[in-house]
Design a protein around this ligand. Structure first.
Ligand SMILES: Cc1cc2nc3c(=O)[nH]c(=O)nc-3n(C[C@H](O)[C@H](O)[C@H](O)COP(=O)(O)O)c2cc1C
Length: 329
């Protein structure tokens, strides 16, 4: 029997297929179906800094009823779906999922600025989450703010959360850093136990009829995993932490590539949303078959085998490869 088990953030997992932060954790029944389909852990949808701040503004507004100071702030968030529910409902959902399934539940906080909202990390821990995924996301548009200042703010967020909780922390990042390895190292020094590469940015579109900026969520395709694949392959063994690959994982082959780059797990949303929860079972059994055919005994055996460190071919991952790719067309 092939051993698909892995370990992420110190959590022993039966395989590297994790349900990514998304509506997949909104319903208890969905979580149970994911567990039954073989998924090894579930990352909750995020609780956003804006939601937490809005909740505290609401409390202040209640105290100052009659003044309309907060009306604009209260209109800021969508008044529908999971983002309109308060942080308490989020904590309750963690408890419900923990009661309903045996696989680890990873809470998710999404924000960017140091401040009181980070105290929710402790509440997520107290609600029973096995780990915390901290999604650091801000798009700086001010030409006067330097990358160093922004990175410092992120590190302050990480440090203040690290001080307050015992459970492992993974940081989910975007790919757009001038010196990603250096920042990754700083995050690890600040106490994160794993890095999740990469956040998918949902780019706004223009509606040419109404001349409005419209949000448009498009699910991922397999090609998108090349960016996190490359970075995990570069950093594996160089930055001493665990890696999770997210974005564009749609098949057993994609999972295998991620492991070979050095990821401990892949976190998947689009594929499960598009093809149903049972597709997890198919990916797992395809993995079993592939490993068997290629005479691998375990996932652990192939971890990092295609990383830059293992193949010793730096050029394949850096600039020289650029010319090779262009001339391959
Ligand atoms: C509908 C939807 C909702 C999502 N919500 C969140 C979220 O609340 N927090 C978060 O960190 N990522 C969120 N994501 C991003 C996913 O967790 C995942 O990282 C991303 O979709 C890339 O993985 P995929 O290619 O398997 O979809 C969401 C994705 C989708 C499709």
């Amino acid at each position: 029997m092939i051993d698909l088990s892995t370990n992420f953030l110190g959590l022993p997992l039966r395989n590297p297929i994790v349900a990514s932060s998304s509506p997949l954790s909104e319903k208890v029944e969905t979580a149970q179906k994911l567990e039954k389909a073989g998924v090894s852990a579930i990352v909750m949808y995020s609780l956003f800094e804006e939601q937490i701040i809005q909740e505290s503004l609401k409390l202040d507004a209640d105290l100052e009823r009659g003044s309309h100071t907060y009306a604009e702030a209260l209109d800021y968030l969508p008044q529908y779906g999971r983002y309109s529910v308060g942080p308490e409902a989020y904590l309750n959902q963690i408890k419900k999922l923990k009661d309903a399934v045996n696989i680890p539940i990873i809470g998710s906080l999404n924000g960017y600025s140091p401040g009181g909202w980070t105290e929710y990390a402790k509440k997520i821990e107290d609600a029973g989450a096995d780990a915390l995924e901290l999604n650091l996301y801000y798009l700086e548009t001010n030409p006067k703010v330097t990358s160093k200042e922004l990175e410092k703010a992120y590190l302050d967020v990480v440090q203040s959360i690290r001080k307050n909780i015992q459970i492992p922390i993974a940081t989910k990042l975007g790919p757009f850093y001038t010196a990603l390895p250096n920042f990754a190292n700083h995050l690890v020094e600040a106490g994160v136990n794993g890095l999740v590469f990469f956040n998918r940015f949902y780019q706004p579109d223009f509606d040419l009829d109404t001349l409005e900026i419209i949000p448009r969520l498009v699910l991922s395709s397999s090609d998108e995993m090349r960016l996190p694949l490359r970075w995990i392959a570069i950093l594996y063994g160089n930055v001493k932490t665990d890696f999770a690959l997210t974005s564009g994982v749609h098949s057993a082959q994609d999972v295998i590539k991620a492991i070979m780059a050095g990821a401990s797990v892949t976190t998947i949303a689009s594929h499960f949303l598009k093809y149903g929860l049972e597709s997890a079972t198919e990916i797992i059994s395809d993995m079993q078959k592939w490993l068997e055919e290629k005479d691998y005994q375990s996932v652990a055996q192939m971890k990092g085998s295609m990383s830059q460190k293992a193949i010793g071919e730096t050029a394949a991952f850096t600039r020289a490869n650029y010319l090779k790719v262009l001339s391959s067309y």
